[in-house]
Design a protein around this ligand. Sequence first.
Ligand code: APR
Ligand code: PHB
Length: 389
Amino acid sequence: MRTQVAIIGGGPSGLLLSQLLHVHGIDSVVLERKTRDYVLSRIRAGVLEVGLRTLMEEAGISDRMNREGIRHDGAMMSHGDEMFRIDFAGHTGTPVIVYGQTELTRDLYDAREAADGMIEFNVEDVGIHDADRDAPYVTYAVSGQSRRLDCDFVAGCDGFHGVSRRSIPEAARREYEKVYPFGWLGILSETAPVNHELIYSNSPRGFALCSMRNENLSRYYVQCRLDDHPDNWSDQDFWDELRRRIPQSAADDLVTGPSIEKSIAPLRSFVTEPMRWGRLFLCGDAAHIVPPTGAKGLNTAASDVHYLLNGLRQYYEEQDSEGIERYSERALARIWKAERFSWNFTAMMHRFPDQTPFDLKMQIAELEFLRSNEAAQKAMAENYVGLPY
Ligand code: APR
Ligand code: PHB
């Protein structure tokens, strides 16, 4: 089999790239190791920046997002019982849209299938070959049958644990990582959100976040120990702890109910450089990870897709390689800014085991400066809604 772009990974990065390539007349094949249902079972944040929304419009899959997405013009920050609002729309002229990543991924799958897009599920033993030559190819197996996909380019959209990053020789890679000394215990409950906007809380007992998927589906998180386990927490334990970590006014309004999902996610900052090796391009979680605090995971995948799509279009439509040559440089320039924002926001809002009394004073001063300074709030708003591509 042959295609122009072989895409490894059928998550948001791979699907969005495949759909956008299709819209621009470039064919691709997506190789996904799981099933569609498995991919759609992942519970992930969906706070969409304007850049991602624009790509969804370009991909022709924005109808449901525009219909069901919830416009958020700001978010609340709280420390103890103090709470203040960051006015995204007021500072930047744009909101964010809350629209679950699962729904966005579902829309992408529906669009690819409507366009008879080629997606192979349950693939195994993916191997990338001759990426540093002019005729790369991918080998893989389905139901024990070996297959080969010849292509012009390979997009490694296979996430942090995928094969693509590791297909770049170690000597050619530089990796940067920070693992945080805590996790996020999250639950999903079919209850009305405690507030119409998100509440990010720094409390003496640790971080908490009040979020949502829609007006009847709430998502809450509390910072927890890395060695903790969801089974250690009854629903009541969770609700009691959440109430202790958010302002009293919110705790009084909290609507609780049975959890329909409960899990712990670790927090990590990670970047690999370069994001290109010959005709292999890394995209999304395959190349970088952010702590979820700033909700940048999906949005950084989108900016990678933007740069790679434009580079591939320039190659095919204008026979000009400038865009693919500069893909890594351009993508990383924006990725590092998102890494900085996510790291800084995480440092400001969480309690660290080794925090000294001075560190705590600095954290509180950081929050107080954000509360009281217009320029600091504008900078926060610009990062949160998404820096320009
Ligand atoms: N072969 C084929 N597919 C693979 C392989 C492999 N060797 N390894 C992983 N995959 C698939 C996974 O099953 C997954 O569906 O690649 C996909 C990668 O998707 P994500 O991990 O979601 O990464 P990405 O598409 O870059 O999306 C980034 O999604 O997971 C969130 O937090 C992440 O919000 C961020 C966004
Ligand atoms: C979520 O709804 O899961 C969510 C929202 C905002 C974040 C992180 C997670 O910053």
